[in-house]
Design a protein around this ligand. Structure first.
Ligand code: ZN
Length: 419
């Protein structure tokens, strides 16, 4: 169980912050985080600055601590409680504390007086100190806070002052959660936030969530409804467009938005469109890496592969949970003539005549790819042209499979384009 409502509350927030932070893979429980030693330096800094922190509490929120107050609560060595202890001395190595019988209403301390090193998970900082301590220690650069936290004199206000004056860092920008609608339901800065954030975390990678926040002005509400089938693919598309924009002009609006969604310096990467990847993943036996390589037109770099793996993970989740069933079936239909280059027309003509032969899906796929190159076409463009001719879309399932599912119709669709 949890020691107190506040602890329970804080734990939910910690989950969200870590999710949004620089280490999205690791969702720390507060115990693990302290035990890791990552907060030790911040604990030392804040114990040394106890007097200043007291002043900040007083100046910003008007609260008054006891004279010998230190921003740390050890676990009582005698009774094991944590919320009941108060530190009254710090010698640079150990804190001396008392387990107070009447410190809080919800628990009675045992009266034990002890001495312990504050490092490595023997206790915790008060929330208002721990919060900025985590910014300083974990490099969290996006942060969420409900209105009650950002208001003057509130928790966030105190935390901001401690960040600047004690830890000497700039507090992270606010992410106004009160504007976040999850499927139309308002996320509030209560227990619901943790639950909803965990839900979002399950369907989106952290960089996409940051992007989601970064792309709209904070005054506007973000309505994120992953259960609508297009929500997630559209978000990924927008993310890809903003990545392109960033590398074309980092100062452009889209480029800045992209940068804001990145914790690390953005790297150039090739990754297939979300919907393209989805169409590959829908088909059994498709080698995603090979397909991606074909789409790229050259070998995948290590970053490409990593990105492909991660995106595939989220595509699978999306296919599993949100994709429309009818999305999964593709049929060749003749489309009206699209304007295209002579090279493309020639490509279509050659492909049509080669379809007289019998093909395996595998051979045909590589022949289509080969043929594009022979005609001086970018494979990506060539495939887009074919999808346009067969489906009227920019993407679709594996093109050889699509053709072989109804070769006669596919050939008619090709003729329509070059005749
Ligand atoms: Zn005790």
């Amino acid at each position: 169980g949890y020691g107190s409502y506040a602890e329970y509350y804080a734990k939910d927030f910690i989950k969200v912050f870590n999710f949004l932070g620089a280490e999205p893979e690791i969702i720390w429980s507060y115990k693990d985080l302290y035990a890791s030693g990552k907060l030790d330096e911040a604990i030392r800094t804040s114990l040394n600055a106890a007097a200043r922190i007291q002043e900040i509490y007083h100046e910003v929120s008007g609260s008054q601590k006891k004279k010998d107050w230190y921003p740390f609560q050890p676990v009582c060595a005698s009774c094991g409680k944590i919320g009941t202890t108060g530190v009254f001395a710090w010698d640079g190595r150990q804190v001396t504390y008392k387990c107070e019988p009447d410190m809080v209403e919800w628990a009675v301390g045992c009266g034990h007086v002890g001495k312990v090193s504050p490092f490595g998970g023997t206790g915790k900082m008060p929330y208002k100190v721990e919060w900025p301590a985590k910014w300083a220690s974990l490099g969290v650069n996006f942060e969420g806070a409900g209105k009650d936290h950002t208001s003057k004199g509130g928790t966030r206000d105190v935390a901001n002052h401690i960040a600047k004056e004690v830890f000497k860092i700039e507090p992270p920008e606010d992410l106004p959660y009160e504007h976040f609608l999850y499927g139309g339901r308002k996320m509030s800065s209560s227990k619901g936030l943790g639950a909803s954030a965990a839900e979002v975390a399950a369907v989106l990678p952290a960089n996409l969530l940051r992007f989601l926040f970064a792309r709209v002005p904070s005054q506007r509400a973000i309505d994120f409804d992953p259960s609508a089938p297009d929500t997630i693919p559209n978000l990924f598309d927008e993310y890809d467009r903003s990545r392109e924009a960033f590398f074309a002009d980092p100062e452009s609006d889209l480029g800045r938005t992209f940068e804001a969604g990145n914790v690390d310096k953005p790297a150039k990467v090739f990754v297939p469109r979300f919907s393209t990847l989805a169409s590959w993943l829908r088909q059994p036996g498709v080698n995603i890496e090979k397909e991606a390589e074909k789409a790229k037109g050259s070998k995948l770099s290590d970053i490409d592969k990593e990105e492909l793996k991660e995106r595939s993970r989220y595509v699978k989740i999306w296919l599993d949970r949100f994709a429309k069933d009818e999305d999964k079936i593709y049929e060749v239909k003749e489309q009206k003539k699209i304007s295209m280059s002579q090279a493309a027309e020639k490509y279509f003509r050659q492909l049509d005549s080669e379809l007289e032969k019998d093909w395996t899906e595998e051979e045909l796929q590589s022949r289509i790819f080969q043929l594009a190159k022979e005609n001086g076409l970018q494979p990506k463009e060539a495939f887009r042209g074919l999808y346009q001719a067969f489906l009227g879309e920019d993407h679709g399932p594996r093109v050889s499979a699509l053709i072989l599912s109804d070769k006669a119709r596919a050939r008619r669709a090709l003729k329509k384009q070059y005749e």
